[in-house]
Design a protein around this ligand. Sequence first.
Ligand SMILES: Cc1cc2nc3c(=O)[nH]c(=O)nc-3n(C[C@H](O)[C@H](O)[C@H](O)COP(=O)(O)OP(=O)(O)OC[C@H]3O[C@@H](n4cnc5c(N)ncnc54)[C@H](O)[C@@H]3O)c2cc1C
Length: 401
Amino acid sequence: MLRPGDPAEVAEAVAFARAHPGLPLGVRSGGHGISGRSTNDGGLVIDLSRLNAMRVLDEHRRLVRIEAGARWKDVAAFLAPHGWALSSGDYGGVGVGGLATAGGVGWLVREHGLTIDHVRAVELVLADGSIVRADATEHPELFWAVRGAGANVGIVTAFEFEVDEVGDVGFAQLAFDASDTAGFLQAWGDWVVDAPRDLTSFLILGGSRPGEPPVAQVMAVIDSDDPETVLARLQPLAEAAPLVAQDVRLMSYRAVMANSDDATHAGDGEPTSRSGLIGRITPEFARDAVRFLESGATYFFQLRAIGGAVHDVRADATAFAHRDAEFSVVAFGASRLRTSARWDELIAPHTDGAYLSFDTEQGPAQLAAAFPTATLERLRALKAEVDPGNLFRDNANIAPA
Ligand SMILES: Cc1cc2nc3c(=O)[nH]c(=O)nc-3n(C[C@H](O)[C@H](O)[C@H](O)COP(=O)(O)OP(=O)(O)OC[C@H]3O[C@@H](n4cnc5c(N)ncnc54)[C@H](O)[C@@H]3O)c2cc1C
């Protein structure tokens, strides 16, 4: 376990890894990777948790520099006094490095896009130990790749983000009687897609207490500090099914993200997780999602809005290319074989694209789902240039061309 304290020490750690090519190599920022690749057994881990500084670079441009080992709850707390926020994920304990090199589907995604859409520059250590800065003009190809496939091209030590002005937001946690699960799923999907961009919502389905109807848990952030606006956004959904519990409050984005403790995470990942991206929720998808839930193949089935501002960015502007998705679908399971078999049969036929951060399967099929052919070829060509020996391989590995 190597814990570098600055980019030069990261470069030394990378040199040590190069000298031991047979050893697994994990790169860890927050240790929350779902695939569990940031840890390993008997190999090396380069742990960036000491690199966690944050500072404002330009107050006027809302430009901040955040090191990779910081966690998103600390970022939210750092930005809050300025009246700023950066859409990241839903969980404060996740690390900056893993999420901001992959995508970043968070509470403000429909309004402000993915986390990678706010990256203006990165500082990274390449496989040969060189320390570079990449932005739109300096190493532009690296800058493109880092925003969606960063784990394959280097170790990012710091990001420059342009953040947004965000005041108090409406945070809703609602539970619905989902006896008509398919009907509710479609109603929720239509509500999200048709809502103004200030609304982002996530939905968890499955599980019920014995003798009670299934419950759908809806979480939503509405970027408004006006109670009437918050209620108006929620009202159409409140009419879709009986509400069994509700908690709606105005709070800071910082408070929304203060949902994790300070425990360190060893990056063990989930037993098994499958993921995909879909467009609008069709009756066929809703039907098959119910069959999937009823099969018992998942203990956690979640949909997340991923539309709105994500669609504004051109598909070839970043390595995250599936810009037309409306929802991310994720299923955690206890049995890899059973969950994958049911997923492949019932959910995969509806998906178009994948977000690798939510998948424990990281083989060629997942790569092909996550990156369209042209994107993958471009990434392979870059990989051949910056990491021909495939040092950074313990992730969804893009082999050099
Ligand atoms: C509870 C939970 C909630 C989550 N919620 C969301 C969410 O709301 N939205 C979302 O988009 N994702 C979410 N995720 C997924 C999360 O974004 C990814 O798992 C991410 O990789 C975690 O980042 P980390 O730094 O904590 O992970 P780590 O385990 O430290 O790293 C994961 C992988 O990222 C790569 N990596 C890490 N640091 C660097 C670096 N500095 N440079 C280059 N590559 C690096 C490595 O390949 C590593 O294996 C969630 C995960 C969990 C466990």
